[in-house]
Write a protein that binds this ligand. Sequence first.
Ligand code: NIG
Ligand code: FE
Length: 407
Amino acid sequence: MPDWDLLLTDARIATMRADLPDYGIISESAAIAINDGRIEWLGEQSQLPAHTAIEQRSMNGRWLTPALIDCHTHLIFGGDRAAEFEQRLKGASYEEIALSGGGIVSTVSATRAATAEELFAAALPRVQALAREGVATVEIKSGYGLDLETEVRMLEVARRLQDATPVDVRTTLLAAHTVPPEFKDDADAYIDLVCDEILPLVAKRGLADAVDAFCETIGFSAAQVERVFAKATQLGLAVKLHADQLSDSGGAELAARFNALSADHLEYTSSAGVDAMAASSSVAVLLPGAFLTLSETQAPPIEALRSKKVPIAVATDCNPGSSPICSLRIAMMLASRIFKLTPEECLAGTTREAARALGLLHDRGTLEVGKRADIAMWDLSHPRELAYWLGTPQLADLLTSGQTTRP
Ligand code: NIG
Ligand code: FE
C-alpha cells in the first residue's frame, strides 16, 4: 500500500501534458499524491488506490497547474535605466543610446560598482515577486559584469538567491552580452578573454548551467558567438542565444546549428531561421516585455513557428533596459495581446515549453508522475484566465518540491 507525504484531493488539474488536448485537463475531480518532493500518483479521485498519507488536503475544486517557470531574466543588476526610458520616449532609439555609451554598458558600470550584498538585496525582492505569482523556477543571466570578477560575482549572487528562496534558480553565463568599454576597439580580444578565462573558470566552479550570447550589431557577430559556443560545448555547457532581436543576424540559424536550448526574441528571424529551428530542438522564447518597452513594431514570426511546430516559450526578460518587468503574468498577458498567443499557448509557454527551454522538461513543466511536485494552486474558474486577468491575486498556494511556500 503506498505511503504518501501529501495527498491533494478535490482538485481540478491542468497537467499541460503535450500529448493531451485542452490544457491537459485530466479531470475536474482529481487527486495528486506527493512523496519525497515528487508526484507519485495523479488521476481521477475515484481511481485512488488504497493508501496512507501523512497529510491530506482538500483543494475544494481549486485549479492546479504546473508551477510557472521564467526561463529568461537578467534580474541581477546595479542601478536602473529610467533616464534612458525617458530619452526613448523623447525619440532616441535603443541602438542610438547604446552607441552613445549608454544602454547595457551603463548597467555594467553600476553593476561593477555594486557589492555582492547590494546586488543580492536588490535582486531578492524581484525573485520574491515572481514567486508570489506562482513561479517556482527562474533562469538568471550574468552579463552586466563583462569582466571575470563581476561575472563571477553575479553568478554567485544568483546561487545565493537559490539558497535564500524556495525558487529554483538556473544560472546562465552571458559574458558575451556586449563589448565592455575597455575592449571597445577590439571585440575579438574580449572574446579571447571570455573563451580563455571566464568560461573555463565558471565551468570549473560549476557556477553556470548554460551559456548565452547577444548576436547583434550592438552585441557580437555570428563568428564571435560561434567561438563562445564552441568553447561552451567543449566544456559541456548548454548554449542559448539572444537572436534576431533588432535585426536578422542569422541568430536563429546559428542557435539551431549548435542545438541551442533556445533562441530568444526572434523579431527579425527569417523563414530560413524558422526552418532551421524546426529542424533542431531549440525552443523559441518570446519576450513581449522587451517588444513593448522598445516600441518594436515587427513581431516574431509566430505563425511560421506555430505551423513548423517549433516549441514556443514566454518569459519576462526582466532587465533594467529593455524589459523592466518583473511579472510573468504580465508577460503572459502581453504575449496574448501583442503576439496573439492563445491563453493555452501562454500557459504552456510558461510551464512545459519554459522547462524545455531550460533542458528541464524531464523533471518539471507538466504535472506527471515522477516529476517534481512544483504545483501552483489557483482561485480561478478555468486556467485560460491566467492570461486574461491582470492585477488580481489568484495564487492560493505554491508548492515547490512538495513544500508549501506561502508566497
Ligand atoms: O534581452 N538584448 C540584450 N539583452 C537584454 C537587454 C539588456 C539591457 O538592455 O540591459 C534583452 O533585451
Ligand atoms: Fe534578454
